[in-house]
Design a protein around this ligand. Sequence first.
Ligand SMILES: [Cu+2]
Length: 155
Amino acid sequence: MSSMVGRPAMVLAAVMLAALTPASGLRAAGAQAVQINLSLDRYAKVAHLAEGDSVGIAPPVVTVHVGDAIVFVNDDATAHHTATGLPGATRFSEPRWSAAALKPSGSLGPAAWSTGDIAPGAKSAVMVASTPGTFLYGCFFHYSAGMRGEIIVQP
Ligand SMILES: [Cu+2]
């Protein structure tokens, strides 16, 4: 630390460089690949979120940044799962999904999105976080069983 005190010009240069570097460039260098596991059997402990209870999703809440990649893994031996967005929802309530909700979207944000059907033991396609916000989602097949989760996307 004492060497930094003696070199204010270098510290200033480093701060200026950081400020000038485009945020997107920093994000690309540090983009995360986050995995979320799905199984009602393996993750049977109920999590009490502010938006309502969640079960079968581990972890039930993840925080990522715009541009990060999220992959959902079906850890069940027999059951099919999905991660399907609840557009505009701020609480877990009964969704009005049609079969169109199963259409894979490849990214997730405020509009309708879904991984589509994830077969037992399979992984979803990469879902890229597109927009900052808090996004609730659930399993198309097991929503009423409490299979619900939350993704917080930071800028
Ligand atoms: Cu499910």
